[in-house]
Design a protein around this ligand. Sequence first.
Ligand code: NAP
Length: 291
Amino acid sequence: MKRIGFIGLGVMGAPMAANLLKAGFKVTVHNRTRGKCAPLENAGARVADSPRDVAPGADAVVLMLPDTEDVNTVLFDQDHGIATTLEAGQVVVDMSTIDPASSVEFGRTLSAREVHWLDAPVSGGQKGAVDGTLSIMVGGSPDAFDRCRPLWEALGKNILHVGPSGHGLMLKLINQVAVAESLLATTEAARLIAHSGLQADKALAALRAGTARSGMLDLYPEKMLQGDFAPGFRIRLMHKDLRLAVNMARTLGLSLPGLQLLYTCFQEAEAAGFGEDGTQGLYRFMEKHYA
Ligand code: NAP
């Protein structure tokens, strides 16, 4: 595992590809908007003009794309998809958060050509991508997972093989439900603090010292109260993750009212023009629309 193709150089993909270069891999990158390849080219990556030019010579191809349709296009576009050039024995590692059932189908199609497919979504955000400390939840064949060990080590810290194809993604969606519900709790606590006249630093110190403490409560209240809504993880991507989680719950025959409420909130926030905010932007959406 020495030569890696990498497609999708956004908030997460760009620092992940940079970490692969730092770890000594030979990396070929591609991104729809070519300009995003320049910093990686300067750091030693080769740039491919099309997804199909990424696979030749690669031991593994990593995808870090927004949604299911993007992955479908990059894999199977008749003219430019990587499936036009993939060869038996290569591994495709999809680290995007997409629909688990579609991912299983993608894997089936590729396995007919003896190409290995792993779903390997991540948690840990932009900071985890930059620091190389992502949590990675992997579904697929244990052999392919083992072959990718050097890749995992360059990108993450907590790496779990959680089961067959699709299981990494199901766990990631469960993670997103827990994260979003905690974000809503943090947003409402921050709004109450702002409107109550309480001193924010004292109120937050008290909450963080007790059973209310959480990752979201550590990360976001100051940004919310000081009006810093820059991404990080964008509202449009959380909206997408919650849509995928709603579908997953429906497939399992489960009714999850908290998830449904959050999905509606994020749908409204994106429709109201807050899609490019970081998820802490839920605060300013709610201040405006749930006054
Ligand atoms: P992002 O900033 O929107 O980046 C996505 C990148 O994919 C963009 O550079 C985009 O190119 C490129 N792309 C889209 N379609 C393409 C295509 N057909 N061919 C080539 N490149 C294409 O998204 P992100 O925040 O990095 O997130 C990526 C994935 O990781 C998502 O599934 C997200 O849910 C997941 N994730 C994100 C975070 C986070 O904190 N951001 C954390 C965990 C997981 P353009 O420049 O042309 O748009």
